[in-house]
Design a binder for this molecule. Structure first.
Ligand code: ATP
Ligand code: MG
Length: 466
């Protein structure tokens, strides 16, 4: 009866249409002893969602990246559920369920527990559109993707075989439509269908190929890799916001350095981040910049792999820093004062970046804050340090400054001074402030100015003698 009801709904909704075109062959059913997924790695909430849907008579599976990660023995960072229930039917079954999206609705079911709330994303099986009609741009890129379908069709529209497996927690069975489990064993990343066609439909899949290869350590299957060299330029047609999301996922994958090397190997880095062009193409003569970015990315990867948070603003601030530094130095050489030279350089760097891929505004303001804080770390006189530690983004600015110290761009003694300064009490801070006066060579401009005016007060006799 429920099936009949779904069919009726599907017929009634003009948005819903089935396509006949796709391969919907029977899946391989993989039992527990073959897939060895550890049920302890499952999210209890995801299991609740599949159980509730199944008890109401629907089909429901954990799907996509979560199944891939489970099969790899990794704890998935989020869980998606796929079902044959429509979004309205899903919503009625859960108290905290929200419909998201206009053209193709999905449901976010939220669970509040001890830590952060967990959102389980529930989508109705979707079909792949055939390559006809106004859904496809001239290049083959799919513009709309809003047709519901069977589970087989849902599997066929996914990107890689290892991302197209369905796991039923009740029977502990994996349904595998495209040989994903065999590819897992062969450590191969393989595109479902004709790779060139799939990249034309959605060029972002080329970036995803690089990201998943870096994350899993798998090799791209030859036929999956081959068309990328020729089709990479199609990324230019992808809306900037979408590109940004995917690059962000790549950088936040916990394997960003490997992924960036992968982008270079695939020839995909051009136009994404000017900095990547610069670093990856010029090699030796940009060694300083290369070291800085490498260290920043290694640092990010380490944080992500140990479950710590990373701010995207911070990350982009590091990636664009070498470019900014170059502009800043050029402005100073032209005779601009230090701070205006920095702000002017920030505008230039961001403008150049936006010509490739625009960074979202909220991240841009974080970047500007982190950057403009940098000269302030060198002003260790008067009230400056006390004010600086009170700024809301101090921690990010401080971490950023430490990276600069680690690559030798900034005197490491300054980094150590700040590390001591935030760890100590008021008396200790006063002592540290006094110690700055004894340093030479790293004093910031305001101190220098003061020293020129009142040399005796600024330079204590013992340091003057040494
Ligand atoms: P991650 O662990 O990084 O989240 P993921 O595989 O879950 O990896 P998502 O971007 O969350 O990646 O997408 C969820 C699933 O949706 C994928 O596993 C894949 O099956 C499908 N998918 C996502 N993007 C695409 C795409 N561009 N083309 C085809 N299928 C896609
Ligand atoms: Mg995911």
């Amino acid at each position: 009866m429920i099936t009949k009801f779904i069919k009726r709904i599907l017929r009634r909704d003009p948005m819903v249409k089935h396509t006949q075109a796709n391969n919907t062959g029977a899946p391989k059913r993989i039992p527990k002893k073959a897939h060895r997924i550890d049920p302890h790695l499952l999210s209890k909430n995801a299991v609740k969602v599949t159980h509730t849907l199944q008890q109401a008579g629907y089909e429901a599976f954990i799907v996509g990246g979560a199944v891939r990660d489970l099969a790899l023995g990794i704890s998935p960072k989020d869980f998606d559920v796929a079902t044959n229930a429509t979004p309205d039917q899903v919503q009625r079954l859960f108290r905290k369920a929200r419909l998201i999206g206009r053209r193709f609705q999905i449901v976010h079911v939220t669970f509040f527990g001890k830590g952060h709330p967990e959102i389980i994303e529930v989508s109705t099986f979707r079909a792949l559109l055939d390559n006809a009609g106004d859904h496809v741009a001239e290049s083959g890129r799919i513009l709309r993707d809003n047709v519901w379908g069977s589970q087989g069709e849902d599997a066929a529209r996914r990107d890689f075989t290892i991302n197209a497996m369905y796991y039923d927690p009740s029977s502990e069975t994996v349904l595998d439509y495209h040989g994903g489990m065999a590819d897992m064993q062969k450590k191969t990343l393989r595109m479902i269908g004709d790779p060139a066609k799939r990249y034309r439909e959605d060029p972002v899949r080329m970036l995803r190929a690089v990201r998943f290869a870096a994350k899993t350590g798998f090799t791209l299957d030859g036929a999956t890799r081959a068309p990328i060299a020729k089709l990479g330029k199609l990324l230019n047609d992808v809306p900037s916001a979408r590109l940004f999301d995917e690059i962000l996922k790549l950088l936040m994958s916990g394997y960003s350095w490997a992924a960036i090397q992968g982008l270079k190997d695939a020839g995909l880095h051009h136009g994404l981040l000017p900095l990547l062009d610069h670093i990856l193409d010029t090699g030796a003569d940009s060694k300083g910049a290369n070291d800085f970015v490498k260290l920043a990315l290694a640092n990010t990867d380490e944080r992500i792999q140990s479950g710590k948070s990373v701010s995207a603003g911070f990350l982009f601030a590091t990636l664009l820093w070498p470019d900014l530094l170059k502009n800043w130095k050029a402005n100073s050489a032209k005779g601009m004062a230090n701070i205006p030279a920095l702000h002017d350089a920030m505008d230039d760097t961001i403008a150049t970046q936006s010509s490739g891929m625009t960074i979202q505004r909220r991240f841009e303001s974080d970047m500007r804050e982190i950057w403009s804080m940098q000269p302030r770390f060198e002003r260790r006189v008067g009230r400056y340090p006390y004010r600086l530690i009170e700024s809301p983004r101090f921690r990010a600015g401080y971490d950023f400054m430490l990276l600069r110290c680690a690559t030798g761009e900034l005197n490491p003694a300054i980094g150590q001074w700040w590390t001591d300064f935030i760890a100590t009490d008021v008396t200790g801070q006063d002592e540290l402030m006094a110690s700055v006066k004894n340093e030479s060579g790293n004093s910031p401009s305001p101190a220098k100015r003061r020293r020129r005016r009142r040399p005796k007060a600024a330079v204590p006799p013992e340091s003057a003698a040494s």
